[in-house]
Ligand binder design. Structure first.
Ligand code: MG
Length: 250
């Protein structure tokens, strides 16, 4: 029986039980076509839509920047699970509700150049835009508001606070708290809305791993270039202008 499956941007066709496999690369032109025809585009947030890593900024603001930056680096190397890495970093930061609010007021997240124009253009083409982040909902919602993205299109982790505003942990039931969480959100979106062409855009390994179920992945190196992601991306861009140019062909 012929069983096609999509893995690492490649379609594999296996004839079972015979050990006969071949693969067809998703080409650059195919990826661009999926982007032009997308019914939904999902963006990573940290180092993609915004210029910084939200958790590192929060840690700096709370006076534990160095310790947490080192843990973020390790977490990106993939040696610990996403949830463990998040738990460990937050147990050092232990931010209060007041500190988070003050961070957003005093050091609002910096939008990456061109993202506003790109999201506006996608909206004009009736493409649904989602933000899927391993960062924190309170910060990501602020970003969504600036980009006119509805708050129910935001998928991110939720910080929890006690009534007096002290840190009380995070909601461990959110899909974005898990390794492969971004893929789980995309599968859910496809099922819920019936999307046929979903594109994931991001700088990190967790974004690349969300394809599949995403139909195409675009690597973004406008803020930081992660070599492994660059090498494994069929389409890798360093500015959102390159994506805008593609939409002008529609
Ligand atoms: Mg990122």
């Amino acid at each position: 029986m012929l069983k096609p499956f999509h893995h690492n941007n490649q379609w594999h066709f296996c004839l079972s039980p015979a050990c006969f496999c071949f693969s067809i690369m998703t080409t650059l032109s195919q990826t661009k076509e999926i982007f032009r025809r997308a019914d939904a585009v999902c963006f990573d947030v940290d180092s993609t839509v915004i210029r910084e890593e939200g958790i590192d900024e929060l840690a700096k603001f709370c006076g534990v920047g160095d310790a947490v930056t080192e843990m973020t680096r390790k977490a990106m190397g993939g040696s610990v699970s996403f949830k463990t890495a998040l738990t460990e970093r937050l147990s050092i930061i232990r931010c209060s509700r007041e500190q988070v609010n003050k961070l957003i007021t005093d050091h609002p997240p910096q939008l990456t150049a061109g993202i506003k124009e790109l999201v506006d253009t996608l909206h004009q083409h009736n493409v649904k835009v989602f933000l899927i982040s391993g960062g924190f909902r309170c910060i990501v919602e602020h970003v969504a508001t600036q980009l006119n993205i509805p708050l129910h299109h935001v998928y991110a982790n939720r910080l929890k606070f006690y009534f007096n505003g002290e840190y009380a942990g995070f909601d461990e039931t959110q899909p974005t708290a898990e390794s492969n969480g971004k893929g789980k959100v995309i599968s859910m979106l496809k099922e819920k809305h019936g999307f046929k062409n979903v594109v994931m855009i991001g700088d990190g390994a967790t974004d690349l791993e969300a394809c599949p179920p995403a139909n195409a992945f675009i690597g973004f190196g406008g803020n930081v270039i992660r070599q492994q992601v660059k090498e494994r991306s069929v389409w890798y861009v360093t500015s959102f202008g390159e994506l805008l140019k593609e939409l002008e062909k529609i």
